[in-house]
Design a protein around this ligand. Structure first.
Ligand SMILES: [Fe+2]
Length: 340
């Protein structure tokens, strides 16, 4: 049953209101603000009917203290005002009361005002609950979509790596290193996730390069190398179909550009190269040196370090090369290489 706390020092008034409302509600009536607060510390009614003029603690003071009780922050309060002072009505509403009832009153008016306010609060609570449930549902499905996209991208990047047993896991490692560089550079959580996906897909264009060229156990001829060099453009064209992530193709398209403008496919220079591609370029070169090839094992860390150092400002964006150098220096066990 719906509970109402009735607070009035006048017991005739209390009896009157009890008689009007008791068929519809469970009425708890008390004669002072202090008693009301004692009651409210123990239980939370659906509505409080609160007389303003009371000896000792008046209705406003009671209201202020009531709102400080953690469980009563949202309980609707209807003030009972006397006929003699109209300004009380304004104060009642300004204070945060849901409504006021002027004494003397018509029983029907009391019933209607009380039921309206209770109904209004129910709807509001229900709405808030509904919004909460729906928001949770949306978050859940967003999460599902995100993990599904990641799985699809991981599968896709796995197919590229599978084309060449010597670069197995390359895309995943480049994605991981790129994300770490981005994180240290100050990318947000979301931007880091994004560059991880971009990194996973950076060599997707190799799907369009014949297997025998990718797997060639000897040094490539100029002609063969020219075919390999198509993979950024092929990759960009494949990824241009993913319109929901407009930046996704930037890594595939420009990860072989060089900071000094001598890279391919477009010979972009410095900051003309999209930032994500400049990051991936460093991670890509690092992984190439720290993984095994058909013709050699991964390089000693010192050698890798000096290659990155030497490439600063020529092959690599110096900012991202510096971050990579920090990562190398912190990696005293040399655990950032293929075999780990
Ligand atoms: Fe590549």
């Amino acid at each position: 049953m719906t509970d109402i706390l009735l607070v009035d020092d006048d017991h005739i008034m209390r009896t009157l209101l009890e008689n009007i409302l008791r068929d519809l509600y469970e009425i708890h009536s008390v004669g002072s603000g202090e008693e009301a607060l004692d009651f409210l510390r123990e239980s939370v009614p659906d509505l409080v009917l609160l007389d303003i003029k009371m000896p000792g603690m008046d209705g406003f003071e009671t209201f202020t203290q009531l709102r400080q009780i953690e469980t009563c922050k949202e309980v609707p309060v209807i003030f009972l005002t006397g006929d003699e002072d109209k300004s009380m009505e304004v104060s009642a509403l300004r204070t945060g009361g849901s409504d006021f009832i002027r004494k003397p009153f018509l029983p029907e008016v009391v019933k209607l005002r009380v039921s309206n306010i209770i109904e209004l609060h129910r709807l509001r609570d229900h709405l808030a609950e509904e919004v909460e449930i729906k928001t949770a549902e949306v978050h859940e499905s967003e999460k599902k979509i995100r993990s599904m996209s990641l799985e699809i991208v991981q599968t896709l990047s796995g197919t590229i790596d599978a084309k060449d047993e010597y670069t197995n896991g390359h895309s995943r490692r480049v994605a991981k290193y790129s994300m770490e560089i981005a994180k240290r550079f100050g990318y947000s959580e979301e931007e880091q996730q994004n560059i991880y996906l971009i990194g996973l897909l950076h060599d997707i264009g190799k799907i369009g390069v014949p297997d025998e060229i990718i797997r060639m156990p000897r040094k490539l001829t100029d002609e063969e190398f020219a075919i390999i060099k198509n993979h950024p453009v092929i990759g960009a064209s494949i990824l241009s179909n993913i319109t929901s992530m407009p930046n996704i193709s930037a890594g595939a398209h420009w990860h072989h550009e060089r900071y000094d403008g001598r890279g391919y496919p477009d010979g972009l220079k410095g900051e003309e190269i999209p930032e994500v591609a400049r990051i991936i370029a460093v991670a890509d070169a690092y992984d190439a040196m720290t993984s095994n090839r058909s013709y050699r094992s991964y390089l000693p860390q010192e050698k890798v370090r000096s290659e990155i150092e030497n490439g600063k400002g020529s092959q690599f964006d110096p900012t991202f090369a510096d971050i990579m150098l920090h990562m190398i220096d912190e990696d005293t066990e040399y655990s950032m290489q293929e075999e780990n």
